[in-house]
Design a protein around this ligand. Structure first.
Ligand code: SAH
Length: 505
């Protein structure tokens, strides 16, 4: 039997970009992933899809899984010969409570490795624009747990020595904030020292609240600061006013909903996240290839009779090739054909299969392709597309004397998936925009919110182009911006420009 092993892996503070290469590699090959923190959501998309995921923060009926049970889970899974990743927030050795888990593994003779992560204690201040050291006014730093402070007379924490350190970073301190600040003042720290609290650091929901040692606990209550948060005390806190790079990004503090199918949302969501937005992916449609597609099979064997092939979407291209290969053909089947792709993304997808489109209209609408046909003698043309599509293209082509064959490649199913979180945020007016990349995403989203009893008036739509915008109008959804280049990066650009010009209220 394969020998099991446990990797104790730091997942970083939240931003998936701060995951180490080693951590990513191990997540990809793990058989079992044991995790217990919210931030894990951000890095679990990297996990081996076959891996067994065990959320030890949420065993039904229990708030937190008792430590002994976690110890047993990781030990037993490794003894079964599995590769176990025990994911810990930040760095596992910084307030990670690892000793019990490691002792259990040592006692059982289980192999283990520790994979350092970027600690929130380091990354939080960096993302808030607070250097922890500075040649002029900070040459010492201390990391402290604030968990112990409350009313303890026998605290292990030497607050007196700590009060003299230049930069003090306190983890787990929000619950005891007022007793911590009092102790530091009592031991001689200037009550006017600058303090910042960084909540949900390195995530799109990062929030930084500032004050002084004397004022911060009241400010934190007023601002309803919650865990996880770091408290940073020191003169370098004031440098934030210049260095708060993360909070200055154009979409920082904005929450957006993406309605595209999951597999196609990644580029757009990555792009928007890099601009600082919190992105909720709520796929409202699903692409379903037509199974046992007789029309397509006939088309493959009859392809000699066609001169022109028109592709209208990335999905169409992808499914076409899957089916073509599945039927035992290869790219030579398209030899000599004119390949037309509507929109730059469709032609980019086609290029992945080694075919450069003969014509790509600049605008991502079907009508723009008609002039190309009008310049040529009519022939037989195949439109390879979704079941439900606009009829204008076949009608215009027929008018121009072409013989048109429509080959349906896929159906668009309305899934109307709206997560509980997205619904709550919509109702609370906390969603700044909903992004639509096709008419079907609008139609399905409109149905989903109607079902959830959410008013259309709460939606601010960003659309990929005029056709999608028209569908929004039909459904009474307000459009705040439309992409000028009808692609997902054009849409991201429209969102960015809109928010750069709109002040956050
Ligand atoms: N091993 C972790 C710390 C675990 S203790 C690390 O290296 O980061 C848990 C505490 O870490 C929280 O109470 C909070 O103070 C801090 N913390 C973890 N993630 C955080 C985040 N994204 N933002 C702010 N504080 C965070």
């Amino acid at each position: 039997m394969k020998k099991g092993i446990v990797y104790l892996v730091g997942s970083g503070p939240g931003d998936p970009g701060l995951l180490t290469l080693r951590a990513k590699e191990l997540l990809e090959k793990a058989d079992v992933i044991v995790y217990d923190r919210l931030g894990a959501d951000e890095v679990l998309p990297f996990a081996n899809p076959e891996a067994e995921l065990i959320d030890v923060g949420k065993i039904p009926g229990l708030h937190n899984t008792p430590q002994e049970i976690i110890n047993e889970i990781i030990r037993n899974k490794a003894l079964e010969g599995r590769t176990v990743v025990r994911l810990k927030g930040g760095d596992p050795f910084v307030f990670g409570r690892v000793s019990e888990e490691l002792t259990t593994l040592c006692d059982a003779g289980v192999d283990y490795e520790v994979v350092s992560g970027v600690s929130s204690a380091i990354a939080g201040p960096a993302y808030a624009g607070i250097p922890l050291t500075d040649r002029k006014f900070a040459s010492s730093v201390v990391f402290v747990t604030g968990h112990e402070a409350e009313g303890k007379t026998n605290s292990n924490i030497p607050w007196q020595s700590i009060s003299g350190i230049d930069s003090i970073v306190i983890l787990m301190g929000i619950g005891n904030l007022s007793s911590i600040t009092q102790k530091l003042i009592q031991f001689g720290r200037n009550p006017e020292s600058s303090v910042a609290i960084i909540e949900k650091a390195t995530t799109p929901l990062q929030r930084t609240v500032e004050g002084t040692l004397a004022s911060i606990s009241e400010i934190a209550i007023r601002e309803k600061v919650t865990s996880p948060a770091l408290i940073v005390i020191g003169d370098t806190v004031s440098q934030r006013s210049i260095f708060k790079w993360y909070e200055k990004r154009p979409l920082f503090g904005r929450s957006l909903i993406l309605t595209r199918p999951l597999e196609q949302s990644r580029d757009l969501s990555d792009h928007l996240r890099k601009l600082g937005a919190a992105v909720h992916v709520c796929p409202t449609i699903k692409i379903q290839p037509i199974e046992c597609n007789q029309t397509l099979t006939r088309f493959f064997s009859d392809i000699g009779n066609f001169r022109d092939l028109v592709f209208t979407s990335i999905n169409g291209v992808r499914i076409f090739w899957e089916k073509l290969f599945g039927a035992g053909y290869d790219a030579r089947l398209l030899s000599g054909k004119n390949i037309l792709c509507i929109g730059p993304s469709t032609s980019a997808e086609m290029k992945k299969y080694g075919i450069k489109a003969d014509f790509v209209p600049e605008k991502y609408v079907a009508e723009e392709i008609i002039p190309w046909f009008k310049k040529r003698d009519p022939a037989r043309v195949a439109l390879l597309r979704a079941e439900k599509a606009r009829e204008i293209l076949p009608l215009e082509l027929e008018k121009a004397g072409y013989s048109v064959e429509i080959i349906t490649l896929y159906k668009t199913i309305f899934t109307r998936e709206l997560s509980v979180l997205a619904k709550e945020k919509l109702v609370e007016g906390k969603i700044d925009g909903v992004l639509f990349t096709s008419s079907s995403t609008v139609e399905s989203f409109a149905e989903a919110i109607a079902e959830a009893g959410i008013s259309n008036s709460l939606i601010s739509a960003f659309t990929i182009g005029p056709v999608t915008s028209d569908t929004c109008r039909i459904h009474g959804i307000k459009i705040v911006a439309e992409a000028s280049e009808y692609t997902s990066s054009g849409l991201a650009e429209a969102v960015k420009n809109y928010f750069i010009n709109t002040m956050k209220v």
